[in-house]
Write a protein that binds this ligand. Structure first.
Ligand SMILES: Cc1cc2nc3c(=O)[nH]c(=O)nc-3n(C[C@H](O)[C@H](O)[C@H](O)COP(=O)(O)O)c2cc1C
Length: 205
């Protein structure tokens, strides 16, 4: 199997939230589809061991906020790169509550769906939840954020390795004097300690 074929599947980006008792939590997913039209049902796929699916199993409820193109990396980092088991992801965060008391995004999302679980299928790594949509609302007009757009425009690019970055200066290894400029003349002598160009090392941008 060529697993790269999977990269050619298209997705959106969502905030899936739940509540059980007083505990609220949410995570980012890239998996949500309309699975049926009558009654309207959504399907979402959650990493089985995560905290959000634990709350969904307990309450039988989940709410999906559809992220739009105004969503930023800070939002995705807050909900998608740490677990509600160790941090309160909603602390200091402005959110709204649906009729079941589940949190959803007040902004940076263009739609919200409140769902009641009708079936859950354990698939190994993930749990597939199918939910009947109890309520839905359009929240904004910005286009939905696609997973491809998240990868290309929202996710910060890894900083290139030092050697791949441009040289912006040279530092004297003997005294620390800094020469500003990409090219150090071959006959350059350090104005502080008089050591030659060979004793300088590059400073990368
Ligand atoms: C862009 C993106 C897409 C993600 N897609 C999924 C997904 O489809 N299903 C899932 O369970 N987790 C997905 N995650 C990972 C969860 O959001 C992450 O594991 C989160 O920390 C779980 O938090 P929790 O333990 O509080 O539920 C995704 C994360 C990111 C950043």
């Amino acid at each position: 199997m060529d697993r790269k074929a999977l990269y050619n599947l298209e997705y959106g980006v969502f905030l899936v939230s739940s509540r059980a008792g007083d505990a609220i939590n949410a995570c980012i997913t890239n998996t949500c589809i309309q699975a049926a039209a009558s009654p309207v049902r959504l399907a979402i796929s959650c990493i089985s061991g995560n905290y959000t699916p634990e709350l969904i199993r307990e309450s039988g409820l989940f709410t999906v906020s559809v992220l739009d193109t105004t969503a930023d990396f800070e939002l995705i980092r807050r909900f998608g790169m740490q677990s509600g088991r160790t941090v309160d992801k909603f602390a200091g965060f402005d959110y709204a509550l649906d009729a079941n008391g589940l949190p959803y995004l007040k902004d940076k999302a263009n739609a919200v769906f409140s769902c009641k679980v009708t079936s859950a299928m354990e698939l190994g790594s993930h749990t597939l939840f199918v939910g009947e949509v109890l309520d839905a609302a359009v929240l904004g007009s910005a286009p939905s954020l696609t997973y491809a757009k998240y990868q290309s425009d929202v996710k910060p690019r890894p900083r290139p390795k030092a050697e791949e970055r441009p040289i912006i200066g040279w530092k004297c290894k003997i005294c620390g004097y800094v020469y500003e400029g990409a090219v150090l003349p071959a006959d350059f002598l350090c104005p502080l300690c008089a050591h030659p160009a060979e004793d300088f090392e590059p400073i990368y941008g």
